[in-house]
Design a binder for this molecule. Structure first.
Ligand SMILES: [Zn+2]
Length: 373
């Protein structure tokens, strides 16, 4: 039945009619609010690239958690900023780790709030990678690598500075040798990282974290975490796996918030290539087989098709993370007066919901909940 019998505008005439036929509804109980916890007392340190987002000491995190809960948002996800970083991510799994402290305090003061714990090592590693870094060839210093790449005759000339041309050649060779050594001399070791991730998960669950959310993208980590939780009799602790997490430019502001930028290289050897939808389905399938209770796609807005595909293919509760860069773009444009902030905020959340995510991790959880009240 076509026009003029069919007129789609009939049901758009009034706000009441539009509301009656709306297909997708946002409610605060779909939201999870991310929080960054640091040491100290009374600390509320603004994250420059994420207006309205702060690094919070445990006491301030408790206040924030109370506010989140009072707005009808059922859950927060905790990230930690440890005082010290090292090569085995001690701060991630220590009993007195910063997230463990925050979890105990929030559980005590706001028992009705669901606590998610992000499980990764990057915030706690001195090198900022999500797993254990291993050298891929016989370790040799940068200096030794340079010396190997430059001929002895050039070395003499370079040192003596007699021949300008030879000297330049020697310096160029040294620089490229150094760059090459840095590029090829490390690997994020998958299997040895699993033990630390499992240990972290058990420690967080014991501290009161309700849902373990591994974000590292190591192969086999869901199985390793499930096994460790069960062995520790934490059989009722669910796993929300960041199953399809893409290597993304949208994480930039988060790295400031969580102080977790890699000191060398990038994360493309473990996070997914943004071009691959079929591989994302394999990642999700693998995590489900390993025992994930819920799955997540991250980032959200540039990967709505991945969310939609995951929704139609898998029956587990599906989460999506509206990441720091998505938030920062809206905030920046709004501050310039180029867009209506609240309108774009709600539209972006609605699109994630419409794509099929039932749970949305978002820095807008509080503001959106206020608008929906
Ligand atoms: Zn990480």
């Amino acid at each position: 039945m076509a026009f003029p019998v069919t007129r789609l505008r009939r049901l758009r005439r009034t706000a009441e009619l539009r509301n009656l036929v709306t297909e997708t509804r946002l409610t605060p109980d779909a939201f999870v609010y991310p929080m960054f916890v640091c040491s100290g007392e009374g600390v509320r340190k603004a994250v420059r690239s994420m207006p309205g987002v702060f690094n919070l000491s445990v006491d301030e995190a408790v206040k924030e958690a109370q506010e989140v809960h009072s707005l009808g948002v059922p859950s927060v996800i905790l990230f930690g900023l440890p005082d010290k970083k090292d090569e085995v991510a001690t701060g991630a799994w220590a009993d007195d780790g910063i997230v463990q402290q925050a979890a105990r305090a929030i559980k005590r003061e706001v028992p009705g709030l669901i606590l998610m714990g992000d499980v990764c090592l990057c915030e706690y590693m001195s090198h900022g990678h999500c797993g254990i870094v291993k050298s891929t060839f016989t370790p040799k210093s940068l200096g030794a690598a340079v010396m190997d790449a430059v001929k002895p005759s050039q070395r003499v000339l370079a040192v003596k500075g007699k021949n300008r041309e030879e000297e330049d050649k020697a310096i160029k060779a040294a620089v490229s040798a150094a760059a090459h050594a840095v590029q090829t001399s490390f690997e994020i070791d998958n299997d040895s990282s699993l033990e630390l991730l499992a240990r972290t998960s058990v420690s967080l669950a014991k501290a009161g974290i309700d849902i373990i959310a591994p974000s590292d993208m190591m192969d086999g980590r869901v199985a390793a975490i499930r096994r460790a939780l069960d062995e520790a009799t934490l059989i009722n602790t669910p796993i929300l796996s960041y199953a399809a997490k893409f290597a993304s430019g949208y994480y930039g502001p988060f790295r400031e918030a969580a102080d977790s930028a890699p000191q060398f290289g990038d994360r493309r050897s473990y996070q997914m290539d943004g071009a691959n939808l079929r591989e994302a389905m394999r990642e999700i399938e693998a995590d489900i087989e390993e025992g994930a209770d819920m799955i997540m796609v991250k980032p959200a807005l540039p990967y709505l098709d991945v969310i939609a595909a995951a929704r139609s293919r898998f029956d587990l509760p599906l989460a999506a993370y509206q990441v720091s860069g998505e938030y920062a773009m809206i905030e920046a444009a709004a501050q310039n007066g180029w867009i209506e902030r609240d309108r774009v905020m709600m539209e972006s959340l609605l699109s994630i919901r419409r794509a099929g995510a039932s749970i949305i991790l978002t820095y807008y959880a509080k503001d959106a909940a206020r608008l929906l009240a």
